[in-house]
Design a protein around this ligand. Structure first.
Ligand code: BGC
Length: 806
């Protein structure tokens, strides 16, 4: 199987049933072999920042155990390094751990755009900006695949929220779709060449991503030249034949052969031409060939990988604030009180399918105690999950009163961010805020170390002396934090997303996660800094912000037609690295044009010794001077006088130079769309959004007066009365019970059960539930309980008999 011809030959030797059998899983993580032709089964496992290979019971929610593996910093932290070469090394380490375990496909990276800070999986994603997301994802992909393991760029596309993620219809205009939501994937495909792409659960403008011919065929394959395989997200198949036609080959996990039979029937009845199946089968055979395990894949060097995890964390930590040089701390800094539960019980990854069983985990508290600092004590100060504890508070204040400095470890706890759940607010827990307020009143200098995979409101930011964002820094995070606090490492991370002052400032805040059937991206292209800058809204910390223990001077910005050169000098006393950002301002963007004021079009990270001077060369990204024209469905270069900015953040512009670009005149894409011109997209009216979309808005709410069908989701049982309501409450309340039983990860995932489409109950049961049983269940939830129950019993008996006779 080394040439396309041989793949074609192998495919033509296969029977229809064998071909169909390759199109879905054998079980949760493996595909089916075809022993007659020597086609092996391959294994796919999570995940983006560490291998999650399960030995025993399988699940995709982080519930059951997996083999120990290195937990690298999740994408939220890797992104703040802005260091593609580091990500390529992390990718290679991930790839070698996968190869050593005979895993063929690693299900990551995730690179959806952080549209809203409350989205539950933001910790698994890189940025609000597609260039950062796409470049860094590409580097990770190259690293993983350098070890003969396929990466899977996910979740394609517009998977902007967790709430109702398996059914939500993401309504987004063509321009935002291409410029914001698809652009990162385009870059990842162009620069990373992933061997697989995972389609997302959601619908995009009315059609499931996995059946979306426009996305999977026209954009991904025809326009971008993707030549790999599209795999569904787990349980993400809706209409098997429609998926196949659009370009989805592999459905995961197993459906007990049910959907293979659907494919066979479609070919036999002539509903689809067999050549459609053949194309998908060849994609599958090519993936198997590309990932053929090398017989001598070495065991992974877990010690070296732990060191790399520490190094990655060190390069990712972001120093948000440092007043009067309180950091770094030295032994002479005096008595240090360590306060905050996160110092001893670190959070370094999120919950869900990306949950890694780490080979070891270092806590900041242990590293502080082992340091030369005079640590006089530790107090947790608060209880996780916002449980009140006057005793903890009192003891922490008592400790702080004896100290010269307080190191305060705050953060989002495990219940706050997880797959399948969006956060409901952007605040830290009330007990953490109270502790912080009371510590501030003591007038002891305070250094806050923040943990969590997403922005939080920081009302105390101006009253503490320093804030170090440790984000979710992986298993080496504890050591990395202390090395930065003590100056052994000079922080060099920069935010890859804006930190708003308050949640209400986010343009999608009024509706995000609150709607039922659709999620309207009314803000269009104005996501993150593109909105805050255009609408003139102040932020707590801007996109691209991050401090250092040294200072950098920018000089001599020289702009050419394809790239710019900038000279950077380390003007301080310690070595450090600077992330130089290149933004481009469109002509008259600040005026009444439907364009962001400035957009990131290049970046580079440069390391400099004290006094050292280097010139960095940054090429302009593709489409640096273009907009996507929804009318012709193509990118257009808009001519005019642009400004190139060399910057230390989106709001710390150091140098400007202008450049003339040839192209056509600006397209008038906002005729009559006042808020898209002004950027005040928090005020977009129905009419404006409909005009932008060029169609009427579909209903945003569920219709509660019709019976539920296989395509509806379990959450739609809410408020319907009778058995439907009972079912809803049992699942909804099980979260509290699981929490009491000490299973926080399982508790988080009750949302997953509620958001499951009824059809997926059958598909994901591994054969335990069939469609007849499912239909009986639907009769029960639709108000005919006893009739449905009788039907269910009969269907179950028939199913059992059929399975026994197989
Ligand atoms: C997630 C994917 C993951 C898959 C397999 C799904 O629930 O959305 O990101 O790769 O499960 O665990």
């Amino acid at each position: 199987m080394s040439t396309p011809d041989s793949i074609r030959g192998l495919r033509s030797a296969m029977t229809l049933a064998e071909k169909a059998s390759l199109m879905s899983g054998a079980n949760f993580w493996n595909t089916k072999p075809v022993p007659r032709l020597g086609i092996p089964s391959i294994m796919l496992t999570d995940g983006p920042h560490g291998l999650r290979k399960q030995g025993g019971a399988a699940d995709h929610l982080g519930l059951n155990d997996s083999l120990p593996a290195t937990c690298f910093p999740p994408a939220v932290a890797l992104a703040t390094s802005w260091d593609a070469s580091l990500l390529a090394r992390v990718g290679a380490a991930l790839g070698s751990e996968a190869a050593a375990e005979r895993v063929s496909v690693l299900l990551g990276p995730g690179l959806n755009i952080k549209r809203n800070p409350l989205a539950g999986r933001n910790f698994e994603y890189f940025s609000e900006d597609p260039l950062v997301a796409g470049r860094l994802a590409a580097a990770l992909i190259r690293g993983i695949q350098s070890r003969g393991v396929a990466a899977s760029a996910k979740h394609f596309a517009v998977n902007s929220q967790e709430t109702h993620r398996m059914s939500i219809d993401e309504i987004v205009d063509e321009r935002a779709l291409h410029e914001i939501y698809l652009e990162g994937f385009r870059i990842a495909v162009a620069e990373g060449d992933p061997w697989t792409v995972m389609s997302s659960y959601n619908r995009v403008n009315g059609t499931y991503a996995n059946e979306n011919v426009s996305l999977l065929r026209d954009v991904l394959r025809t326009s971008w030249g993707f030549d790999g395989l599209v795999v569904t997200d787990w349980g993400g198949n809706n209409d098997r034949v429609a998926g196949l036609v659009a370009g989805n080959a592999l459905e995961m996990p197993s459906t007990d052969g049910v959907t293979d039979r659907v494919i066979i029937a479609a070919v036999e009845s002539g509903t689809i031409d067999e050549s459609v199946l053949d194309d998908r089968v060849e994609e599958m055979l090519r993936l198997i060939e590309r990932t053929a395990p090398s017989p001598d894949a070495p065991a992974a060097d877990l010690d070296a990988h732990h060191d790399l995890a520490v190094e990655a964390a060190e390069n990712s930590l972001v120093l948000l604030r440092n007043e009067n040089g309180i950091l770094p701390l030295a032994p002479e800094s005096g008595r240090i009180a360590v306060i905050g539960d996160f110092a001893a019980v670190p959070r370094y990854q999120g919950s869900g399918s990306s949950l890694v069983n780490p080979t070891r985990a270092e806590t900041a508290l242990d590293a502080l105690r082992a340091s030369a600092l005079d640590v006089i004590g530790y107090e947790p100060g608060f209880a996780r999950r916002d449980r009140p504890s006057a005793r903890r508070l009192r003891r922490a204040l008592r400790l702080a009163a004896r100290a010269d400095r307080v190191l305060l470890f705050l953060g989002l706890d495990e219940s706050a961010e997880a797959e399948a759940v969006d956060r409901t607010h952007m605040r830290l827990a009330a007990n953490q805020l109270q502790l912080t307020r009371e510590l501030i009143a003591l007038n002891v200098p305070i250094v806050v170390v923040l943990a969590g995979g997403a922005p939080v409101e920081l009302p105390f930011a101006d009253e503490v002396d320093a804030i170090l964002n440790s984000s979710l820094a992986g298993q080496g995070g504890g050591r990395a934090v202390v090395r930065v606090l003590t100056g052994q490492v000079n922080p060099s991370g920069k935010l890859a997303e804006s930190y708003p002052l308050r949640y209400a400032d986010v343009p999608s805040s009024a509706t995000f996660g609150r709607t039922e059937a659709t999620s309207e991206h009314r803000e269009s292209i104005y996501v993150g800094y593109r909105y805050f800058d255009k609408a003139g809204v102040s932020v707590r910390y801007p996109f691209g912000h991050g401090l250092s223990y040294t200072t950098f001077a920018y000089s001599d910005l020289i702009v050419g037609p394809a790239a710019a050169d900038i000279t950077v000098t380390n003007t301080g006393e310690v070595a450090g690295s600077e992330v130089v950002q290149l933004y481009i301002e469109a002509p008259d963007a600040a005026d009444e044009r439907f364009r962001a004021i400035r957009e990131l079009r290049g970046f580079a990270k440069v390391a400099l010794q004290p006094g050292e001077i280097k010139t960095v060369h940054i090429e302009y990204a593709d489409h640096a001077f273009d907009i996507y024209d929804p009318v012709s469905g193509a990118w257009r270069t808009i001519g005019g006088e642009y400004t190139v900015l060399a910057a230390a953040s989106s709001r710390d512009i150091r140098l400007r130079a202008s450049i003339r670009v040839e192209g056509q005149g600006d397209l008038d894409l906002a005729s009559g769309l006042e808020h898209y011109r002004s950027g005040h997209v928090d005020r977009v009216t129905d009419d404006e959004f409909q005009t932008l979309l060029g169609r009427e808005l579909p209903p945003a709410t569920w219709q509660s007066n019709r019976p539920l069908t296989r395509d509806d989701i379990v959450a739609q049982t809410k408020g319907r009365g009778g058995f439907a309501s009972v079912l809803y409450s049992v699942i909804d309340r099980s979260s509290d019970v699981l929490m009491l039983l000490g299973r926080p990860h399982a508790a988080n995932n009750t949302r997953f059960a509620l958001d499951l489409p009824f059809r997926s109950i059958a598909r994901m049961s591994g054969g335990a539930v069939n469609d007849a049983m499912l239909d009986a269940l639907l009769v029960m939830v639709n108000g005919r309980f006893w009739r449905g129950a009788r039907q269910l019993f009969a269907a179950w008996r028939a199913h059992r008999r059929a399975r026994l006779s197989e």
